[in-house]
Design a protein around this ligand. Structure first.
Ligand SMILES: [Zn+2]
Length: 236
């Protein structure tokens, strides 16, 4: 009986590895490797791709958009469809100001252990929600970077591009300060890097620290010769 139980749990672990953990971590690894390889071909060109997840939020996204406007920076927003529905005016502002909008699920649920029905609904409904607001969606970033084999299937069927990141500053964490986020950003960027930050959710008002960190880091990066582009430029 004990042996059967051990075999059963072994098979379950192997199944989980093949179904979601290996695709999630493997694709993230390949993404980072591709960016590093691409960066070597850029020469003097120094581009960065700012991406923001987990918004829009009533408290923070407007302030972030104003900051980006000040530096004439175009970014990419991976929005949670439910938050977008509650803040349609912010989606309108994003579009008017030339930012790219991608999806980040309906309500930020983890797909790691979920099946076909969940994945299909999560992606389709998020796209439809945004289409009703006039956004044509081509990019998808999975919450926590977790996906499974069904996610890959529906990405293909729906013609969506999977988008990971190269630089993360853990800006959602209450442990980070404006200064540590700024330091991580300045230390970790490289030509062609996709930066993942957050304009919603997070711990203890996290997006405000992200905005303050960007206020300090953006002029420094611009002085270093970096420019900022949307994810459609990254994909070429
Ligand atoms: Zn997220």
């Amino acid at each position: 009986m004990k042996k059967m139980y051990r075999i059963g749990s072994g098979l379950l672990c192997a199944g989980l590895l093949c179904y979601s953990l290996i695709p999630s971590e493997g694709l993230k690894y390949l993404w980072k490797r591709r960016s590093r390889r691409k960066s070597k071909t850029y020469g003097t060109e120094k581009r960065l791709y700012l991406t923001f997840d987990d918004g829009p939020s009533r408290e923070y996204t407007g302030q972030l958009l104003n900051l980006l406007k000040q530096y004439q920076i175009k970014a990419s927003f991976f929005v949670v469809a439910e938050f977008a529905r509650e803040n349609e005016e912010l989606i309108k502002k994003m579009r008017e100001e030339g930012h790219l909008i991608g999806i980040h699920s309906i309500r930020h649920e983890n797909a790691l252990l979920r099946g076909r029905k969940f994945v299909r609904r999560d992606m389709k409904e998020a796209v439809l929600t945004m289409e009703k607001m006039g956004c044509k969606i081509h990019y998808y970033r999975p919450p926590w970077g977790h996906l499974n084999l069904w996610t890959l299937y529906y990405l293909r069927r729906m013609n969506l591009k999977l988008t990971f990141w190269d630089v993360m500053a853990h800006d959602w964490s209450a442990k980070e300060t404006e200064a540590t986020i700024e330091r991580k950003l300045l230390k970790r960027v490289f030509p062609g890097a996709v930066i993942c930050l957050h304009d919603g959710r997070g711990e203890a008002g996290a997006p405000m620290r992200t905005i303050e960190a960007l206020k300090r880091a953006l002029p420094i990066l611009i002085k270093q010769g970096y420019s900022f582009e949307r994810m459609d430029v990254y994909e070429g």
